[in-house]
Design a binder for this molecule. Structure first.
Ligand code: ATP
Length: 536
């Protein structure tokens, strides 16, 4: 599927709009339109229902080591600045960035993915400045050809800190020819913190400085004790939260995949350290199944365990659930969700202060130049006491952290299908159909009177009103019925109900299945239950 087709459908049918579009848009910010808002809400509701409110029956059958409790939270976006100092975000939540001195353009410098190649006795660094601006895409293709590299290896050439324009380049020689003019020089890579700073009240300087949260997780850790005290939940248990997060991404791109404002669906699952590996494996597999159950089956979805050297210093295991988005080069996958074993890192950080790994590989409080803790923790006791064994311990944490927007984008990509269906004259025509799983489809059913007379609209409207009490439905009486089907196919509506001449004599209507195009008749009185049983 070509990404342009999906992007255009999203705008045309009201799934996604560029934020502030009438003012030229704002890079990295997106609005969900009338269909998009339903899609995203359905994804978040399915997650909450499956992970939090309705988890119990499923948990054991889905391989949970034991029963457990789940509860939710809704924390603020702006939190005490000390939260981010102790969590490590204030010092470490950075990407490497380079600026072009001439054009003042900013690039994310993903050094790890670049490499040096020998060219005419000179060293040329072929870096995946893959996050470069759109207009550089052509440059990337030429560099690829000139150096005979795979798509994922290349993007731009930096030769001794100079960005070369590859306008006329199709061979290595040409890179060093006079027409390979310099288009700019890059500053040294430097760290750029992705947190959005803001100011609280009228306090000037450091005192009023705060940040928009870059993840929802920290709100859960700092409320750990509050949740235990108010609910009396016992370990193992999880706390879930859905909400906005903000990251000042250097180069947002690929539609909503890398946005500056996005929504996360996160769980922090607290368990006994001895049990943590089992719980990690459970959550990793459980989360993967969640996506496949909602229709992301097939080889575009994969579960990837991180290698040991990829793991954060506190983690004994991390896996990513990844999707082969159509905008990525062949063979590349983008992260939808990370499932991390975080040990006791977070709770300890909020008790003791920011932690670092010492020479022995153990976590200890980082000290400032004065020999005192660099950032002080809360000093609160965030340990847990087992009421049966009396054991006191700092729970270990498993964190399944998903992005609602990346999820929505993957479901949109997966749903987009072109097939053939007969038009009003019975001729086969190409149709675009969004094959969403019925649970996440924005509209569950559409109702059409075949023609706008003979009492058909009245019957159709009655059915429509009855459906609307249960789930989003749509009524349409304009134009040829084939055209109306097509519009619903593009919106991803799983069922269309048509009131025709026969309906007026035997009180039955047809239901048409979006994917199989099969049609069957049901009694008007049974329509709501028939649709409800198929979409929940
Ligand atoms: P990436 O490496 O792609 O920047 P990450 O590893 O930093 O992602 P996490 O910090 O693990 O991401 O965040 C958890 C989830 O939040 C991600 O799996 C993703 O679904 C979502 N997410 C993170 N950053 C963004 C973003 N800029 N835009 C949209 N979703 C995001």
């Amino acid at each position: 599927m070509e990404m342009e087709k999906l992007v255009s459908l999203c705008k045309r049918r009201g799934f996604l709009f560029q934020s502030s579009e009438i003012y030229g848009g704002l890079n990295g910010f997106w609005d969900y339109g009338p269909l998009g808002v339903e899609l995203k809400r359905n994804i978040k509701n399915a997650w909450w229902q499956d992970m939090v409110t309705g988890h119990d029956e499923m948990a054991i059958s889905q391989g949970a080591p034991s029963t457990y409790e789940m509860t939710g939270l809704d924390c603020t976006i702006i939190m005490h600045p000390q939260v981010w100092k102790c969590s490590g975000h204030f010092d470490l939540f950075c990407d490497m960035m380079v600026d072009c001195r001439e054009s003042k353009k900013r690039y994310r410098f993903d050094q790890l993915r670049g490499r040096w190649v020998e060219a005419k006795g000179k060293k040329v660094f072929v870096t995946t400045l893959a996050e470069a601006e759109e207009e550089d895409a052509d440059l990337e293709r030429r560099a690829l050809k000139a150096f005979n590299l795979r798509a994922k290896d290349t993007a731009q050439l930096i030769w001794e800190g100079t960005v070369l324009s590859l306008d006329k380049v199709d061979s290595l020689e040409a890179v060093f020819a006079p027409e390979a003019k310099e288009i700019g020089t890059l500053t040294e890579p430097r760290e750029f913190n992705l947190m959005f700073p803001t100011t609280i009240g009228a306090l000037a300087g450091e005192e009023g400085r705060a940040f928009l949260r870059p993840e929802t997780a920290q709100g859960i850790f700092v409320n750990f004790k509050n949740v235990i005290d108010s609910t009396r939940v016992k370990i193992p248990f999880g706390i879930a939260q859905v909400g906005k997060s903000f990251r000042n991404e250097i180069t947002p791109r690929n539609f909503t995949f890398r946005s500056r404002e996005f929504e996360q669906m996160e769980i922090e699952f607290f368990c006994h350290p001895d049990e943590s590996r089992k719980w990690y494996e459970y959550w990793r597999d459980r989360r993967m199944k969640w996506y496949t159950n909602l229709g992301l089956a097939g080889d575009r979805l994969q579960l990837r365990e991180h290698d040991k050297d990829e793991l954060s210093h506190y983690s004994v295991g991390t896996a990513d659930i990844e999707y082969a988005f159509p905008f990525l080069p062949d063979g590349e996958y983008g992260e939808l969700e990370g499932i991390a074993h975080r040990g006791d890192f977070d709770l300890r950080s909020h008790m003791e202060g920011k932690l670092v790994k010492n020479a022995q590989g153990c976590l200890e409080v980082e000290l400032g130049e004065d020999g005192k803790p660099k950032y002080r923790g809360s000093g609160r006791d965030l340990q847990y006491r087992d009421e049966v064994t009396n054991e006191r311990f700092t729970p270990h944490v498993i964190e399944p952290s998903a992005g609602a927007d990346r999820g929505a984008l993957a479901f949109l990509c997966e749903a987009y299908t072109e097939d053939a269906a007969p038009d009003d004259k019975g001729q086969m025509q190409t149709r675009v159909v969004m094959k969403f799983h019925p649970r996440i489809a924005p509209i569950k059913a559409a109702v059409f009177p075949l023609v706008k007379k003979d009492g058909m609209p009245e019957v159709a409207q009655e059915i429509y009103r009855a459906l609307k009490k249960r789930f989003p439905a749509f009524y349409d009486e304009k134009g040829a019925v084939g055209r109306r089907y097509r519009r619903q196919d593009e919106a991803g509506t799983p069922y269309c109900i048509t009131v025709d001449g026969q309906s007026l004599t035997d009180q039955t209507v047809t239901i048409r299945d979006r994917d199989t195009l099969e049609q069957w008749r049901v009694k008007v009185d049974d329509v709501v239950e028939e649709i409800a049983s198929r979409v929940s």
